[in-house]
Design a protein. Structure first.
Length: 157
């Protein structure tokens, strides 16, 4: 049983490290969207990286749950025997919850800063599309002016 408890502790330690990476990526994203000329390619790379980390966390959580369900009853019955390990897991869980809270706050800041940036890009794309349409309409009109309809050509030949 001590083996399973050590696996649970290792799983929590991994989850904590993944969450630290996610927090670091979120802080970097906040710096990106706060800059005058945000690099959205780097922002997207960080989104993909965080997505990969979240998948790792999900797999780790599934393994944790499976092992915990397996030893839960024995752990409750023998709680005096494993107090140090249980306390360590509780501390790790508290740290994980704190990291989750920090991530949530940072993500909210990123969202608030990103909205105007995306609006600027959307407006710029809309303007470019409208300008392109105006150029195309002008081009069509210019070509129409030099066009002679076949109805006015001599058909007698």
């Amino acid at each position: 049983m001590r083996n399973e408890i050590n696996i649970l502790i290792d799983s929590l330690i991994k989850k904590k490290s993944y969450l630290k990476e996610i927090l670091e990526d979120s802080i970097t994203q906040l710096e990106i969207v706060s800059s005058d000329d945000p690099n959205l390619e780097e922002f997207d790379f960080l989104v993909d990286h965080k997505s990969d980390l979240l998948e790792k966390i999900d797999r780790s959580d599934e393994g944790f749950d499976a092992i915990f369900k397996k030893i839960r009853n024995d752990l409750i019955e023998q709680k005096d025997r494993y107090t140090t390990e249980v306390r360590q897991m509780q501390d790790l869980i508290r740290e994980i919850l704190d990291l989750g809270s920090d991530i949530h706050k940072t993500e909210q800041q990123v969202k608030n800063k990103l909205s105007p940036v995306l609006k600027q890009y959307k407006d710029r794309l809309y303007k470019e599309k409208a300008d392109g349409k105006a150029v195309m309409d002008y081009y069509k009109q210019a070509n129409q002016m030099n066009y002679v309809s076949p109805a006015f050509l001599d058909q007698k030949k």
